[in-house]
Design a protein around this ligand. Structure first.
Ligand code: ADP
Ligand code: MG
Length: 301
């Protein structure tokens, strides 16, 4: 599991956190790490990319999240697991500004924020994929991935009209990056295919490509392997590890398959009925009594 991620490609992973000496813990991190109620501390203190503090979110009478605190360290793969209805998707929606929690705080790159809209999240470097594929079905793979790049294209139409040369150059640079993503995800053969015609597994990969085109610092993946067969799951697992290692992207991942979680993640936060019930390494969490009970208590998981 992690041994593969951290030893074989240590230089790449280390480069991503080069600014943060491994055994030098900043006060902010201690604060964030200290929130893990009853949870084991992180194996090695790293720079905190995102801190979730005492977040509560309710829809009418439904308490989707209750006083949830955890942090995501720069460069790690952080899994969020829990039975159906535990609040996992809601948590991602809070992180990227779709939902505004009634209580609590989110700090991203050390900056506290209270209210945020999804496009701010994207501009700040948070990208996501969805539990149900959300692509433009009539558009090609290439065009769908280009839409992920749109945010990076800061110049307006007028500027482009007045500066034809530089505008052209800028567009070429964006195309080049998108081609790099397509290459990386091994989807050259479907670059001109409308995504509505692709098998589900490939649609999920295109959606990952669109998120990668944003060059995010934090990538949120909501059940990236749901509905996939074994081979597709293995492919997706490999791409997630490669994204983490080669792009240096920090990843928060919701996943049901415990085998996948054990293989991929550095640390796991477990939600149940909107509450955090465990937080630690995959091994720690898997052996946790409350986690075992939560899973046994839900028949369809
Ligand atoms: N937009 C919403 N409106 C009303 N209730 C919601 C909404 N989103 C989620 N919920 C409720 O919040 C709880 C957590 O849902 P969700 O975050 O989707 O869980 P999970 O992703 O872990 O399955 C559920 O009870 C769900 O019905
Ligand atoms: Mg969900």
């Amino acid at each position: 599991m992690n041994a593969e991620v951290t030893t074989a490609e240590a230089p790449a992973a280390a480069a991503a956190v080069a600014d943060a000496p491994e055994n030098d813990t900043a006060p902010a991190e201690e604060r964030a790490a200290g929130h893990g109620a009853g949870a084991a501390p992180a194996p090695a203190p790293k720079e905190t990319l995102l801190a979730v503090e005492d977040v509560s979110l309710a829809f009418g009478g439904v308490k989707a999240l209750q006083n949830v605190s955890f942090d995501i360290a720069k460069g790690e793969i952080r899994a969020i697991i829990g039975p159906n209805g535990a609040g996992k998707t809601s948590m991602l929606n809070v992180i990227n500004g779709f939902y505004h929690p009634q209580e609590g705080r989110i700090a991203f790159k050390g900056q506290l924020r209270r209210r945020m809209r999804p496009h701010f999240a994207a501009a700040q470097g948070i990208a996501r994929t969805f539990q149900n594929v959300a692509l433009f079905r009539g558009m090609t793979t290439l065009d769908n991935i280009m839409t992920g790049r749109a945010l990076k294209m800061r110049r307006g139409i007028l500027w482009q009209a007045l500066h034809w040369g530089p505008a052209r150059r800028e567009e070429l640079e964006h195309r080049e990056f998108v081609e790099h993503v397509i290459d990386f995800l091994e989807i050259e053969h479907i670059r001109k295919t409308p995504v509505g015609r692709l098998p589900y597994g490939l649609q999920k990969r295109v959606e990952l490509g669109r998120a990668l085109a944003m060059e995010p610092d934090l990538l949120l993946l909501d059940e990236p392997m749901a509905g996939m067969n074994l081979e597709e799951k293995e492919d997706m697992s490999r791409f997630i590890i490669d994204v983490n290692e080669q792009f240096g992207t920090t990843i928060a991942l919701i996943e049901h398959d415990m085998g996948v979680v054990m293989d991929l993640s550095d640390r796991v936060v477990v939600l149940d009925h909107g509450e955090k019930i465990a937080d630690g390494t995959p091994e720690e969490v898997q052996a946790d009594r409350r986690v075992i009970d939560a899973y046994l208590g839900v028949p369809n998981d």
